[in-house]
Design a protein around this ligand. Structure first.
Ligand code: SF4
Length: 346
């Protein structure tokens, strides 16, 4: 962390530095709850300059719940899980959309905003789930299971979405599967999410062996040990976690679902079995709750830093482009998801 701070200070926009501390004071209040205040002077110049550039470029910045707190609290206009970001991306009224998340999220934003400039601050921000499957894999599966519809998790490339009948997120996967007029469904690529969905539907699911490299690190025995160490601990788990973890959890749901559950129950102590930054971001909203934080971070999400966001806005790079034929078919799969009972899928 110290090295990162030093490099930030060295490359910070100097003229804005002093003014930035005042301009970003409102964000400082939230920041203080989750990170050392000493970090602020290194980040504040970037935050101030990014905010100025957003206005100048008529840009809006979307940030996933797993983004680091300085991004989430400092510069994001809209935050949320994959579903929320997909919805927000569809309604954005701005010429430029900067997606602070991984590459498939930026592609989804582009699919839903084909006429807008969509930027991703680091084009190499991948995802182990998205990388676990290709369009060719789906074509082979379709050949092996003719007539069986394909549901694809949004954590996939546009090329994979283009081969799918409909997309889903962790928040709506059960509803999407249930909506299909077929007893068998090919569900890709997350095996653990697929198993979770299979336990909530009578349909026969054909699964893939894709895993999230962050969520698969959690174990049920690890969570048991936390329970023994922390009296009154409430455990909430993301369905990308292995089955033994979900069995140990008090609640299973998407990141948005977890936040709603924490707000509803207001437990004394909470453990979120998901990416680490999410705990920092949620903890800022609930100062009365103690957050127990396992340290499993997503290296791909962490590639999105304030200096890279600034560079992206200053130079309008890296622009997300998708082959028009692929984009048209992928957009249909995402649209079918968004059109499916849009007010009830949460
Ligand atoms: S947390 Fe897992 S699913 Fe999310 S972007 Fe990282 S590797 Fe992909």
């Amino acid at each position: 962390m110290a090295d990162r701070m030093e490099s930030l200070l060295e490359s910070a926009p100097p003229a804005a530095a002093a003014r930035a501390l005042e301009e970003t004071d409102a964000a400082l209040e939230r920041w203080k709850r989750v990170l050392p205040e000493n970090d602020w002077p290194a980040h504040a110049p970037y935050i101030a300059e990014i905010r100025r550039l957003k206005r100048e470029r008529n840009a809006v910045l979307l940030a996933h719940n797993y983004q680091m707190p300085e991004v989430f609290h400092g510069v994001a206009d809209l935050t949320g899980d994959s579903l929320a970001l997909a919805r927000e991306a569809a309604d954005v009224d701005a010429g430029v959309i900067v997606v602070c998340g991984v590459h498939f999220m930026a592609e989804t934003a582009k699919l839903l905003n084909p006429s807008k400039t969509v930027l991703i601050p680091d084009p190499d921000s991948g995802c182990s789930l998205a990388d676990s499957i290709t369009a060719e894999d789906i074509r082979r599966l379709r050949a092996r299971h003719p007539g069986v519809p394909v549901v694809t998790y949004v954590n996939t490339s546009a090329a994979v979405k283009a081969e799918s009948d409909i997309c889903c997120t962790s928040a709506n996967a059960v509803e999407v599967v249930e909506s299909l007029d077929s007893d068998r469904v090919i569900f890709l690529p997350d095996e653990y999410l697929g198993r979770y969905v299979a336990g909530r539907t009578k349909k026969d699911l054909i699964l893939w062996k894709g895993h999230c490299e962050v969520h698969e690190k959690f174990t049920g025995s690890e969570l048991c040990a936390y329970r023994e160490d922390y009296d009154g601990l409430m455990i909430l788990a993301h369905p990308e976690c292995p089955p033994g973890v979900l069995a140990e959890a008090d609640y299973v749901g998407s990141t948005a679902g977890m936040i709603r559950e924490v707000a509803k129950r207001v437990p004394r102590r909470v453990l979120l079995a998901t990416e680490r930054s999410m705990s920092d971001n949620v903890a800022a909203q609930f100062p009365e709750i103690e957050f127990v934080r396992p340290c499993y971070s997503c290296p791909h999400m962490q590639r999105i830093t304030l200096p890279k966001i600034l560079d992206s806005l200053q130079n309008l790079r890296h622009v997300v482009e998708i082959d028009p034929v692929v984009a048209g078919r992928a957009r249909e799969a995402v649209r079918r998801m968004l059109d499916l009972a849009p007010r009830t899928i949460r």
